[in-house]
Design a protein around this ligand. Structure first.
Ligand code: HGY
Ligand code: MN
Ligand code: MN
Ligand code: MN
Length: 421
């Protein structure tokens, strides 16, 4: 099909992203926007406003996924979707996730503005939450959509205030009579979703280092998240003698270095791991730590190798706990398979890149995305644009209006091909 001539303003999308970034619990340029908080609700309102202004039909599901729909000439055809997330981990930046939502709206708006009438419905979705910050679980919206989230498991999760996911969802105006009903209300299947694309910043340095304009993602690495808690008996930092102590934080310190050692021991640069969250209690200089609550992030493009690292890390936690006479609780919060991109969406992106005469390379995404789960219910692919120095999950995360314009343009042309006219 002849590809439509589109008028896309990277500057406009850039400005909208910077406005969206003002909805934050931390001062600019940092962005902190946690699921179902007031700033998250402000961001949702802005996204729905932009969807409406772009002429899209707005709807929300029971878990808070927000859809903007451009109706197709054949409403029975499986939809072609795009989207990403607007939640942001503490002290993050303005472009992670948001580019795929605001850029997706701009892509659908640009197609509509030139009178492009898709055969299949086109949808842009803001997933309710991709970051694991509030409940420890990543991608709750796309997991629910893909049927990859059990109500029994979600019921076990609590935030730092002890609130459940359902309570938080209801507080934000979502939810349902039960968790299972809420999850059922978000469910999509291959019958109603024919393809999915996600535009995202690379969150790494490769495109910039190689002077390339676009990345075509062939696979998404397999992520895992573990919760590990060491508990000792604490004591007075002065009077409690060393040979009597079972210091939980020292056990955590030995464990964190063991995670690094085990990850490096695979010998592959594709294996990565860190202890990203580490909370000590009572966290007083003159009190021997009683508790050390950690969260561990382990990833690899090779799922078996990732699983081997997870097993070794958990075994090492038990060895350290025994040796240091501390108690141990561990939980595998998530341990997800990798995702391979679908041929048709990848080909549509590649055709758009060629049509626009852009430089590109195929690459693996080491970050996870909602596409990791969308790939379980529809052929899925991602398109990356460079971000300055590869920085992400930092306030100085940055993507230029020019790169944004190229990414949105590729996305729009790929969506047009997949939806047909
Ligand atoms: O952690 C990730 O990979 C994603 O950016 N949340
Ligand atoms: Mn992120
Ligand atoms: Mn993201
Ligand atoms: Mn992501």
């Amino acid at each position: 099909m002849p590809l439509p001539q589109l008028d896309i303003s990277g500057q406009l999308v850039f400005d909208q992203l910077l406005h969206l970034a003002t909805f934050s619990d931390d001062p600019n340029p940092a962005v902190t926007r946690i699921l179902f908080t007031d700033q998250d609700l402000n961001a949702r309102a802005y996204v729905k406003q932009l969807m409406t202004e772009a002429g899209l039909i707005v709807r929300e599901d029971t878990i808070g996924n927000v859809y903007g729909v451009l109706e197709g000439s054949d409403p029975t055809a499986p939809a072609v979707g795009t989207g990403s997330h607007c939640d942001a981990i503490p002290l993050a930046g303005a472009f992670d996730g948001t580019l795929g939502v605001i850029g997706g709206i701009a892509a659908l708006g640009a197609l509509r503005d030139v009178g492009f009438r898709p055969r299949a419905p086109l949808e842009v979705v803001m997933f309710t939450s991709e970051e694991p910050t509030r409940f420890g679980l990543s991608c709750s919206g796309s997991r629910a959509m893909a049927g990859a989230l059990e109500g029994d498991y979600l019921a076990t999760l609590r935030d730092v205030n002890g609130s459940s996911y359902l309570e938080a969802a209801r507080g934000a105006g979502y939810g349902a009579a039960s968790l299972d009903a809420m999850l059922a209300g978000a469910r999509r299947t291959r019958a109603d979703l024919g393809a999915f694309l996600e535009l995202h910043i690379e969150q790494g340095p490769a495109l910039e280092a190689e002077g390339l304009q676009v990345g075509l993602v062939t696979a998404i690495a397999a992520p895992a998240a573990l919760a590990v808690r060491f508990s000792g008996d604490g004591g007075h930092a002065g009077a409690h003698l060393m040979h009597l102590r079972n210091d939980a934080s020292l056990a955590a310190a030995e464990f964190a270095l063991a995670v690094e050692r085990i990850v490096l021991a695979t010998g592959s640069e594709d294996t990565v791991g860190t202890v990203g969250r580490w909370e000590v209690s009572p966290n007083a200089v003159n009190s021997v730590p009683r508790e050390a609550a950690l969260e561990v992030d382990v990833r690899d493009v090779d799922a078996d190798r990732r699983d081997g690292v997870v097993a070794e890390v958990l075994a090492e936690a038990a060895r350290i706990a025994e040796a240091r006479r501390v108690r141990l609780e561990t939980r595998v919060v998530s341990q997800d398979p990798p995702a391979a991109s679908g041929e048709a969406p990848l080909a549509a992106l590649a055709a758009a890149v060629e049509h626009l005469g852009l430089t590109s390379r195929r690459m693996v995404s080491r970050a996870y995305h909602d596409s990791l789960f969308m790939a379980q219910i529809a052929p899925t692919a991602m398109v990356f644009i460079p971000c300055r120095h590869g920085y992400s999950h930092r306030p100085d995360e940055y993507a230029s209006p020019e790169d944004i314009e190229r990414g949105v343009h590729v996305l729009a042309l790929a969506l047009a091909q997949l939806a047909g006219d």
